[in-house]
Design a protein around this ligand. Structure first.
Ligand code: PLP
Length: 346
């Protein structure tokens, strides 16, 4: 095996969905967000595993993702598209039975004219100013859209991973002002919103990152592990450098292992020496720069050099690796790339 192994624990994923479903509360539907190929882990595998647990509705970013997902999950589950009904998407939305979340008056007009009677939802902008119909526009079109029976009326929180941020209450208020009293089901919470408490849950929650084991869902079971095979080991004398730019120089006689995996595998260069690889319980520091396909690791203190080292696992999870790289778990997961041998469990 010459490439890294990406272990994806579908049992842990299912357990995370059940835990977030329990937190969403009785009578609240828990959907699953599987955009960006299921946060890099394989949208088809992820969605089929969650459908077996009882998830009935999946969210993707764009219609093309929805089309691929429809092939994987079959005709039963609802597939909702956050980017809505974009120009050129009409056939795909129709033929693959996708449910666009309409984001603007333009999209609403396009949808109702091109596909009258076809299911849709509405995304409202409650203050994030990214996607969705704004309050003044909503006032103008709600009496056209609501009688057409949206499957969902939703909005998205900008600061839900910071429970004390005043933006949360402000967006909740705005969303309620736009939607109190409507008959359609409502949704405001992604993973962070679920953790904010029941007043944020409405009729449906839409977790993504928490399913995959990432913050802010601290209790999440880890879903992803990565093992990188050792290609070569060498002895380095004091004063000898390792890697591009000579950024590390041995101060003592050192044994350096070179593993297969690098920034082209989402092990992003910025993590540098703050990341560690693990031989079971024993951490081994990264030395020198992360290259495209290779990482050099100080294994001087190991009794024997193992066949592979772990860079993502029980001792260094997605969020720890992200922190070492100055980013968030979402970016680590969605950057992992196609080169790993993927091993699904469950
Ligand atoms: C990505 C996304 C989600 C899921 O968010 P997580 O933080 O991953 O749980 C939910 N809703 C919308 C609109 C999104 O863009």
């Amino acid at each position: 095996m010459s490439t890294g192994q990406l272990h994806i624990d579908l049992d842990a994923l299912a357990a995370n969905w059940r835990a977030l479903d329990a937190k969403s509360g009785a009578g609240v539907e828990t959907a699953a967000v599987v955009k960006a190929d299921g946060y890099g882990l394989g949208a088809g595998r992820v969605a089929r595993a969650l459908a077996r647990e009882g998830a009935r509705r999946f969210f993707v970013a764009v219609a093309e993702e929805g089309a691929a997902l429809r092939e994987a999950v079959g005709p039963g589950p609802e597939i909702a598209v956050f980017s809505g009904h974009m120009a050129g998407d009409t056939d795909m939305i129709h033929d693959l039975a996708l449910t666009p979340m309409l984001n603007s008056i333009d999209q609403a007009t396009r949808h109702l004219e091109a596909l009258p009677g076809h299911p849709f939802g509405v995304q409202l902008d409650s203050g994030m100013n990214r996607l969705g119909i704004e309050p003044a526009e909503w006032a103008a079109v709600r009496d056209i859209l609501l009688p057409a029976g949206p499957r969902l009326v939703m909005s998205h929180l900008a600061c839900a991973d910071e429970p004390d941020h005043p933006m949360n209450a402000a967006q909740l208020k705005s969303f309620r002002e736009m939607t109190d009293g409507i008959a359609a089901p409502r949704s405001l919470a992604a993973t962070g919103g679920i953790l904010l408490g029941p007043e944020y849950h409405f009729d449906l929650t839409r977790p993504g990152i928490g399913l995959y084991g990432g913050a802010p869902f601290e209790e999440a079971a880890p879903v992803v592990g990565i093992e990188l095979p050792v290609i070569q080991t060498r002895e380095v004398a004091p004063g000898e450098p390792v890697g591009y730019g000579n950024t590390w120089t041995a101060e003592a006689p050192s044994r350096i292992a070179t593993v297969s995996g690098g920034y082209a595998d989402g092990l992003i260069r910025a993590m540098g020496p703050r990341a560690r690889l693990w031989d079971g319980e024993t951490p081994c520091p990264v030395v020198g720069r992360v290259s495209m396909d290779l990482i050099t690791v100080d294994v001087t203190h190991l009794a024997a050099v193992p066949a592979s080292l772990s860079i993502l696992g029980p001792h260094q999870g997605v969020d720890a690796l992200a922190e070492a790289a100055g980013t968030i778990g979402y970016e680590i997961l969605t950057s992992l790339g196609a080169r790993y041998a993927r091993r699904y469990k469950g």
